[in-house]
Write a protein that binds this ligand. Sequence first.
Ligand SMILES: [Zn+2]
Length: 134
Amino acid sequence: MSTEAPPFEVLPKQTYVPCKTGYLWGETRHKPFVVWVVDGDRVKVWDPTGGQRMGGFRWIARRNLHESGTTAHGKERRTGFRLRCGPPTSKDQELCGSCFRWVDPEEMAVSAWTLGHSTCKPCKIEIDERYRGL
Ligand SMILES: [Zn+2]
C-alpha cells in the first residue's frame, strides 16, 4: 500500500479533455467526458457523443486523470486526460458541449434539453466566425 496522498481529487461532474487534443480524434478514448461515479481506482465517465443521442458510459482508470496538461516537471502530457472544469458551482449550470465547461444559464447561447448538447456564448461566437468565411 502506498501512503502517498492522491495528487488531486476526482469528483463527479468534473469534466476532462484529452491531454493531447487532435491526436486520433474521433476515437472513443480520445474524447472529452464528464465524471459520473468515482469508485476507488475506477471512474465511470459519460461522453455526450459516445452513443446514439444519449451518449455513452464507460469505465476508465483513475490514474489516467490529471489535474493539468503538464507534469510536475513542466513537460506536456501526451496521454490521459486533464481536468477541464467543474464540478458545477450551482445546480442551474449547464454543460457546454463544445468547450466542456459548466456555464450559468445566462451565459448559454443555445440551451438543449439533453446534457452536453448546449452551447455557451463564447463557443457560439467562435462557431459563427468559423462558418462565416466558408
Ligand atoms: Zn462553450
